[in-house]
Design a protein around this ligand. Structure first.
Ligand SMILES: [Zn+2]
Length: 421
């Protein structure tokens, strides 16, 4: 996911969402009534853990690492397969950790164990690299000598470290609240869907939700998290509502996309798209300049993701195969000089190019033209996949007085706001 940039916009017709978005329970209702910045009875920061709040496991290493430098605040325990190998009421200074075969090298100590865990108590913190995190650090072997580092953290603290990375610091509390509910839903969906199969639930980068740990937290992020405590978006027949994959992006560029542009989506109402959204007009990527990318580069980028792209023998041209009902690119055909064809989502071409450092193709809401050696992308609109909540659009609406419930109701029509815990 991505985010960030600022501004506002005028008021169109408000959606009638009050009847459809059900914030269940008196506590949730009361929190909803607190409104912007009125949460003065609570301390600005929340303690480390809460009763009944699920723990999410966030992979902090984007790639397997050969070493990790960890540290901790006061009152820590360092455990190897559950057995304490070091503890103190004081702080843990920086400790370099490597892995060789079936052993850990922990500073000067060699520890035969499968995994390490660094735990602290109370409001203390763990540190990985330069960043402080709440919760625990778990170090797991990936192979003979490479490791991955996973932060186990309660969902609410996790969100407090996500929102400031996804939104601008000066944006409205209503936008933060809407983002908190969307991000909580996204996290818990991943936890339930992917967590059982691997030692982590989410990544910490743009492919997931950007997470900056305790160091990223702000008073606004904590206020939004606390005021929406446990709330998620669900959809389904009454009594069968489920958390769905709640997506969002920086700016839609004028029309919200359906989830089909990014994945084989079961066509559910909250992610069908089609809403007109001019509130993201202040985004610097509401319209973006024409960009041209060489066919050679496109071929290389595709091969890195799709082994079958090699069969094309090059890129002769790229054609739009289909568009969404709103005129956005859905599927494209990449055609090789040998006339072989690779059909992929337009969005997947953009992501493949992004991986190779092409940052000027902000969305696939654009036109394509074959210029011979290059493909031209013009009339570009929006930043990101444009599915679900448009963050710039949400901020525009918040600035015009919309509540977080109204914002969520607009971008995820038919969904309910439901307490998950
Ligand atoms: Zn928008």
């Amino acid at each position: 996911m991505d985010a960030t940039a600022r501004h506002r916009r005028r008021r169109p017709d408000r959606p009638s969402v009050r009847g459809r978005l059900v914030a269940v329970g008196m506590a949730a209702w009361l929190l909803g009534q607190l409104g912007c910045g009125e949460d003065k009875t609570l301390a600005p920061r929340q303690p480390l853990s809460h009763q009944g709040v699920p723990v999410v496991r966030v992979l902090l290493t984007a790639k397997p690492a050969v070493s990790a430098t960890i540290a901790a605040g006061d009152d820590y325990h360092l455990l190897a397969d559950g057995r304490t190998i070091s503890q103190s009421k004081g702080a843990l200074p920086s400790l370099k950790i490597t892995r060789k075969g079936d052993r850990w090298r922990v500073g000067r100590q060699t520890v035969p164990a499968r995994q390490l865990a660094l735990k602290v108590s109370g409001d203390s913190f763990v540190r990985f690299g330069r960043t402080r995190y709440r919760g625990e650090l778990h170090l797991l072997p990936v192979d003979e000598d490479r490791i991955q580092v996973v932060n186990h953290v309660d969902t609410e603290s996790y969100l407090a470290g996500v929102l400031p990375k996804e939104l601008y610091g000066g944006w409205s509390l209503a936008t933060y609240r809407a983002q908190a509910v969307a991000a909580r839903s996204f996290a818990l969906f991943h936890r339930a869907r992917f967590g059982p199969r691997r030692p982590y639930d989410l990544g910490a980068g743009e492919a997931s939700q950007v997470y900056g740990g305790m160091d990223a937290e702000t008073d606004t992020s904590w206020s939004a998290v606390r005021q929406t405590h446990g709330q998620v978006l669900t959809y389904g027949a009454p009594g069968q509502e489920k958390v769905f994959l709640v997506q969002y992006s920086s700016s839609c560029g004028g029309v919200v996309n359906g989830a089909g542009v990014i994945r084989p989506a079961n066509d559910i109402e909250p992610l069908r798209g089609g809403q007109t959204c001019s509130d993201c007009r202040p985004s610097p990527r509401y319209r973006w300049p024409t960009t041209r990318i060489s066919k050679t580069h496109i071929y290389e980028a595709l091969q890195a993701v799709y082994p079958s792209a090699r069969d094309l023998g090059g890129v002769a041209t790229v054609r739009i195969k289909s568009r969404t009902p709103y005129g956005r690119i859905m599927w494209i055909d990449v055609i090789g000089p040998n006339r072989k064809k690779l059909t992929i989502r337009g969005e997947d071409l953009r992501l493949a190019l992004l991986r190779t450092g092409v940052k000027t193709l902000y969305s696939m809401n654009c036109r394509l033209r074959d210029l011979g050696k290059q493909i031209e992308f013009s009339d570009g609109r929006g930043n990101g996949h444009g599915v679900g909540m448009c963050q710039w659009g949400a901020e525009g609406k918040a600035q015009r007085g919309w509540t977080s419930q109204e914002i969520l109701g607009f971008y995820y029509p038919g969904a309910n706001i439901t307490p998950h815990y």
